[in-house]
Write a protein of this length. Structure first.
Ligand code: FAD
Length: 480
């Protein structure tokens, strides 16, 4: 155990402050400044961990992270052992340590009568320290099995599956239709939440371990799923849930109304130094974002950095009882119930707001909205008599995703789907087609990075068993 009396001596959380809003809005860099500022308090924060007999933080995290163990090692300054224990359950703590909503902290037993341990900040400090100290080195398999695996999709689920399977000795190729590897981490989540250097240096390690990357190849179009099936011994579908939920209101076809991911993809490409013809930009525009989740808040931070004239986020709210009450539908910190970092930076918010119509000529000019009312049967409808109009010459629809793109999968592989339109699978991530597995949002529906990594690890164990008859790979979650 770390300091046996640590939680009695230090009763409050301490975290490195975010960069000042007026400074960070001038660039795309990480809003957190923990590396530049150092963390003299980190040891005592890690020392607040009580090493509970039953550490609920393990179960709070789908990866089953060994949190009390690495808190203790950080308290002792044993960084090498700390990164080994962290990597034992999580391939990519540099992603989760930055953008996970940290269900572990919500499960921390200390949180019953004190603010919980700053687990996420300890996690990101371990991995950053490990990279700085040269402790993240390739783990090349000692022998190759001769089996081949195609992983389709290079988000956190695909990358976790690929790393596990490569280390188990299989020859793995990751196919990605975008021009760069990383999935939503690359082209969804903006740099101010996750700078791309963190993806790139992990990919260097994976390449050195033997994973092959094929960016710019769309499976189903450039190569068929059936061709892949003939070429490889197993396939992991990790294509994400990319189909955006649409808003069926009059005027949705007007110029200036875009799905959020179209906008974010372009903004992230430009932030990476690429040229995007006719980029959708918020500069000088009255922006309305429809949807108050992570995607909506990423649009907000992006629009503010592009110089929007105004930004209003609309959220329909949720019917209580829910985790996020109806008047607080924003992404929340598990402890303080703060809004996301983008909400600190500006913009207006309208809760319980239903969009009734987009108004304009060729291009959208305004948006008519009304206060949301919940009917006894649970339906949400605009309340009569509450309609009003707000200026909107750029509208970003961030209402979530319905599921994966499935037509090539069903046509070319005969994959079966669930009633929700997700790729059907058994408890062990196997689809209805032998040798074809699914992990991440494509099978689970839109979720979180930590779940994608956990599913990628578990699917890798299932593939290894399918190919080798047994596995030593860990399987932190089931698919049910
Ligand atoms: P993805 O990351 O979606 O990757 C799938 C990849 O497959 C994509 O790169 C796609 O191009 C590729 N692909 C699809 N079809 C094909 C094909 N036929 N051939 C080749 N490649 C293909 N989660 C958090 O925990 N914290 C956050 O802060 C957070 N912020 C988010 C912000 C945004 C804007 C969005 C949209 C999501 C966010 N999420 C967040 C959710 C998280 O990003 C996803 O749950 C996670 O990335 C899912 O991982 P995945 O590997 O299943 O799929």
């Amino acid at each position: 155990m770390a300091d046996p009396r640590g939680f009695l001596k230090v009763r409050d959380r301490e975290l490195p402050p975010n960069r000042p809003v007026e400074v960070r809005l001038r660039d795309w860099k990480d809003v957190h400044a923990h590396l530049e500022q150092g963390q003299p308090f980190l040891k005592e924060q890690a020392g607040r961990c009580m090493d509970c007999g039953i550490p609920f933080c393990h179960n709070g995290c789908p990866l089953g992270n060994l949190i009390p163990e690495w808190n203790d090692l950080v308290w002792r300054g044993q960084w090498g052992d700390a990164i080994d224990r962290l990597h034992a359950t999580n391939n990519f703590p540099e992603f989760t340590g930055r953008i996970c909503p940290a269900p572990c902290e919500s499960s921390c037993v200390l949180g019953i009568n004190q603010p919980p341990v700053t687990i996420k900040n300890v996690e990101v400090s371990i991995i950053d320290e490990a990279f700085d100290r040269g402790l993240v080195t390739p783990q090349v398999p000692q022998r190759l099995t001769g089996h081949t695996v195609a992983v389709v999709g290079s988000g956190p689920a695909g990358l976790a599956a690929a790393q596990q399977l490569t280390r188990a000795g299989h020859t793995v190729a990751v196919y990605e239709r975008d021009d760069a590897i990383g999935g939503l981490l690359r082209y969804g989540v903006p740099d101010f939440k996750l700078e791309k250097v963190h993806i790139d240096r992990r990919l260097e390690q994976m390449s050195a371990e033997g994973t092959r990357f094929r960016a710019g190849v769309e499976v189903g179009r450039d190569v068929t799923w059936a061709q892949l099936q003939a070429r490889y011994d197993a396939i992991v579908i990790a294509t994400g849930a990319t189909v955006p939920r649409e808003l069926q209101v009059p005027g949705k076809e007007l110029a200036g109304v875009h799905p959020a991911m179209e906008y974010l993809h372009q903004a992230n490409a430009v932030a990476a130094g690429k040229t995007v013809e006719n980029q959708i930009s918020a500069e000088g525009r009255h922006v309305v974002i429809i949807g108050g989740g992570d995607t909506g808040s990423d649009c907000l931070g992006t629009a503010l950095r592009q110089g929007a004239a105004s930004v209003t986020t609309l959220a329909i709210g949720k019917k209580p009882p829910v985790d996020r009450p109806a008047n607080q539908p924003w992404p929340t910190d598990p402890i303080t119930f703060e809004v996301s970092s983008s909400h600190e930076e500006g913009g207006e918010r309208a809760y319980l707001a239903s969009t009734v119509e987009f108004v304009g000529g060729d291009r959208v000019q305004s948006l008519r909205l009304a206060t949301t009312e919940y009917l006894p049967d649970g339906r949400r409808v605009p309340t009569p008599g509450t309609e009003r109009e707000i200026p909107a010459d750029l509208v970003l629809v961030a209402m979530g995703f319905t599921g994966p793109e499935t037509t090539p999968l069903t046509d070319q592989l005969g994959i079966e789907l669930t009633g929700r339109g997700l790729v059907a699978r058994d408890d062990d991530f196997a689809t209805t087609v032998p040798g074809v597995f699914v992990a991440g949002d494509a099978g689970r529906g839109q979720s979180l990075v930590v779940w994608a990594i956990a599913e990628g690890r578990a699917a890798a164990a299932a593939v290894d068993t399918y190919l080798s008859g047994a596995t030593e790979l860990p399987s932190p979650v089931t698919a049910s």
